[in-house]
Design a protein. Structure first.
Length: 168
């Protein structure tokens, strides 16, 4: 039998292909998250300008209303889940919208006063520290990723960089 057609080699080819697809998906996800990071940096400035015309809370409300309409369109076109599942959600699983509203409102207030870079540096530092705790303890039912020395040093360096940016 040809060695390329043996079961073990076929499985190896499939495994390598799947690893390549997973790696590509991870790269795509990282690229999309990078774009999300750009959006998070730009959004508060846009909302801040709108707030000058309509007010802080009104700007936050308008931002969420437009986001809700856009997401509703995406759900109608490409949604694969069921909104009925919300009936089975725990109360705390519904707090994300409130946390988002808090974040958007705080950026609308902070950015005109301390600048986009300082605000984003504070946000990134808080996100990294919180993310490490969430990962380390496997909170919200996600897999546990222990906080090892490398991760701790990485977070410390990013926070140190953020503090340099925040200082005047």
């Amino acid at each position: 039998m040809n060695k390329w057609l043996s079961r073990g080699n076929r499985q190896s080819i499939v495994d390598n292909h799947l690893k390549g697809v997973i790696r590509m998906n991870q790269l795509l996800l990282l690229a999309l998250m990078f774009c999300g990071g750009i959006a998070i940096a730009v959004q508060p400035s846009i909302n801040g300008r709108l707030a000058q015309k309509v007010g802080t809370f009104e700007s936050s409300c308008i931002s969420f209303a437009i986001g809700t309409l856009l997401l509703l369109a995406v759900v109608l076109v490409a949604g694969k889940g069921s909104l009925r599942g919300v009936a089975n959600a725990s109360w705390w699983e519904l707090t994300g919208g409130g946390l988002g509203a808090f974040f958007v409102t705080m950026t609308i207030i902070a950015i005109p006063r301390i600048g986009t870079t300082a605000a984003m540096a504070a946000v990134i530092g808080a996100q990294l520290a919180t993310g490490c705790l969430l990962d380390h303890f496997g909170l919200f039912g996600f897999r546990t990723i222990p906080l090892d020395g490398k991760r701790a040093i990485g977070v410390a360096l990013l926070m140190a960089g953020a503090s340099l940016i925040i200082r005047k």
